[in-house]
Design a protein around this ligand. Structure first.
Ligand code: HSE
Length: 436
């Protein structure tokens, strides 16, 4: 029986899941690959934690360098994460001619071009299915299954922590902090949960998907990012009254010479499948000129779902090694010479539907003043809702608009914020309606 040797760097939550599958499902995998995937070494500085995995003697070590320098190791799986030492280890593994699997979305989003270039020059594979959407085969779908399509848009829920928090607030009225603590306890939040709630983690994933779908250089810095920390329970409740749920969406749309790339809380109508993706689940709706709409749905975080994607990559690479087909699929889906610098459309240029909430005085003429300013900036109102009646103090006025240009919306809201009848800053939430 042929044997492919594997070295695992990092045995935290997902790393331990990978080790578990390699050991406990070894025979099943072998029957599908035609070779044994032998976990030769697992390197982690933490030797104390009991992972409940029966490693053979000598498998668990603390020295990652030993894995990188071991000539018998064919595939290095990097499960350390972050942009520090993980990058050095990946580059070293590539330099030593090893195939690499990683789930490191932050590193890929910021330096994926460099890593892929190094791997291509060395003639090794670099696989990263688990970097986006956990178990969902989104990378493989874009690189292989949808290869005959021009992708027109991708709209996804790509952060389990944010989806969990928003679902708990919406369905159970749980406070934000309590829901975040649960997500942390369940192991889906990042070590620094600000990466989740401020939208950065979702942006990392969108940067990777945009490159794969549109053949553009990985571009993280131009993605518009707004997290969920300012979404209030009252906006969630108003959204419900209008027939929407608020989701943190990653939106990547092909717009001719540019790409719309944005991450922000978004109102999604009840009838849209994405509005029914709750708890810590992820989903992404991909639209292509041949397939139409296609939805991937599944757990985007957590030990075993993410490990499942890592194993998928490891098996792909093992099969490539066995058939001498390393490099069969280009690392970023497009041939390197076909990858272009496609600009991200500035968010001010997008046009979409909006939800506004104003805190305004409840007296005659207020609504006409507000709608007058909106009209001045070509913002057409679709519906208005005023909550409550007060002889003194402000009341919430909520509006939904038809298509409007973001730059006009910003000008209008800033003018409205300056009126003495409006208290505080108006709230804006973008809407992704089914007709967009
Ligand atoms: N913190 C991430 C999430 C983990 O909540 O989705 C998976 O990338």
């Amino acid at each position: 029986m042929k044997k492919i040797n594997i070295g695992l760097l990092g045995c935290g939550t997902v790393g331990a899941g990978v080790a578990k599958i390699l050991i406990e499902s070894g025979e099943l995998i072998c029957s599908r690959v035609g070779a044994a995937l032998n976990l030769k070494h697992v390197a982690d500085v933490d030797m104390e934690t009991d992972r409940g995995i029966p490693f053979d003697d000598g498998v668990f070590i603390t020295d990652a360098q030993k894995v990188l320098d071991d000539p018998d190791i064919d595939i290095v799986i990097e499960m350390i994460g972050g942009e520090g030492i993980a990058k050095d280890f990946i580059l070293k593994a590539i330099d030593n001619g090893k195939q690499v699997v990683t789930a490191n979305k932050a590193l890929l989003a910021s330096q994926g071009d460099t890593l892929c270039k190094a791997a291509a020059e060395k003639g090794v594979d670099l696989a990263y299915e688990a970097s986006v959407g956990g178990c969902m085969p989104i990378v493989k779908s874009l690189k292989e299954s949808l290869v005959g399509n021009r992708i027109t848009s991708m709209i996804g829920i790509l952060n389990g922590t944010c989806n969990y928090i928003l679902s708990k607030i919406t369905d159970e009225g749980k406070p934000f902090e309590a829901a975040l603590s649960e997500a942390q306890a369940n192991g889906f939040a990042e070590a620094d949960p600000a990466l989740d709630v401020e939208g950065t983690d979702t942006a990392h994933k969108l940067a990777i998907l945009n490159a794969l779908a549109y053949g553009m250089e990985i571009n993280l810095k131009d993605i518009y990012v707004e997290g969920i920390s300012r979404v209030t329970p009252s906006d969630i409740a108003f959204a419900k009254e209008f027939g929407y749920r608020i989701k943190l969406l990653a939106i990547g749309k092909h717009r001719g010479d540019s790409v719309e790339a944005r991450v922000h809380p978004t109102m999604v109508p009840f009838g849209n499948l994405l509005s029914n993706v709750n708890s810590n689940l992820n989903a992404v709706m991909i639209s292509g000129d041949a397939v139409g709409d296609m939805l991937l749905y599944g757990y985007g975080a957590g030990m075993m779902p993410t490990a499942s994607a890592v194993i998928s990559d490891t098996v792909d690479i093992a099969r490539n090694l066995l058939t001498g087909a390393t490099g069969r699929t280009p690392l970023l889906s497009y041939q390197p010479r076909a990858i272009r610098k496609i600009p991200v459309m500035p968010v001010d240029e997008i046009s979409t539907h909006y939800y506004f909430r104003f805190s305004a005085a409840d007296r005659p003429g207020v609504l006409s003043k507000i709608s007058g300013i909106l009209g001045k900036y070509k913002i057409s109102i679709k519906s208005v809702h005023q909550k409550g009646r007060k002889s003194e103090g402000p009341v919430p006025i909520v509006m939904l608009t038809h298509h409007a240009k973001e730059s006009n919306v910003k000008k209008a809201l800033s003018e409205l914020a300056g009126l003495d009848i409006v208290e505080g800053r108006p709230v804006l939430i973008r809407i992704e309606d089914n007709d967009q």
